[in-house]
Design a protein. Structure first.
Length: 225
């Protein structure tokens, strides 16, 4: 399961890369994003205008299997996911994601940060639910991240990875006219592990509220190649 990711890009970079027309919520770069926190997403508003919005990571109920991550292969198999898939799709901008790997004689697994070289901002597909706040004025959103099984050597210590959309995939994922999963399925193949780079970082990342640039800074390990 993917339970942490980073997003260090500036708001201007997000708006340019994802062709966002409006910024509905203030964006702040983050080094350690965890479930239940509010984060930046890209979505269409009710006028089908692409906007930068805010949403909670983790559907309700939070303990449900598909709350934080949803495997792409199950999207069309579960009615509540299929409902969101038709009209409530979003993109989660991401700089990198975290996992854990054991090194040498270390007692605890080492936190790893995985990035895609030469691709500083990734577009991860998500689906969200939406309802009215009890005050009746504000819409509340919560999303789940679409993931897939990893491949190659990475699969030994990182079973799942976020799906990463290419330019065509991002256009289709946010296209409100596409409602059939069969039209979207081709964009959800997992990225090959050799295209990614994983490196060890501080284990302080495990603290949900630890927020510092060293979360994404590589550290040297005795047996790290």
């Amino acid at each position: 399961m993917i339970e942490r990711f980073s997003l260090t890009a500036e708001i201007g970079e997000l708006m340019d890369q994802f062709q966002v027309r409006k910024n509905m919520k203030g964006h702040k770069g983050r080094f350690n994003i965890t479930p239940t926190q509010n984060v930046t997403i890209i979505m269409n508003d009710r006028h089908d205008t692409r906007v930068l919005q805010e949403a909670r990571w983790g559907l309700f109920p939070f303990w449900a299997k598909d709350s934080v991550n949803t495997d792409y292969s199950t999207l069309s198999e579960k009615p509540f996911l299929e409902r969101m898939l038709k009209r409530q799709r979003c993109i989660i901008p991401c700089s990198g994601f975290y996992g854990q790997k054991t090194f040498g004689q270390e007692r605890d697994p080492r936190v790893m940060h995985t990035v895609v070289p030469n691709q500083p901002i990734l577009g991860i597909p998500g689906i969200f639910d939406c309802w009215r706040h009890v005050n009746g004025r504000e819409e509340v959103r919560a999303f789940t991240m679409v993931t897939a099984a990893s491949s190659g050597a990475m699969s030994v210590w990182q079973p799942n990875v976020p799906v990463v959309l290419d330019a065509e995939g991002m256009e289709d994922w946010l296209n409100p006219k596409l409602t059939e999963f069969s039209r979207l399925r081709k964009h959800l193949e997992p990225m090959e592990s050799y295209l990614m780079r994983s490196y060890p970082v501080t284990n302080a990342v495990r603290d949900d509220w630890y927020e510092s640039p060293d979360c994404v800074m590589e550290i040297r390990m005795p047996d790290f190649a």
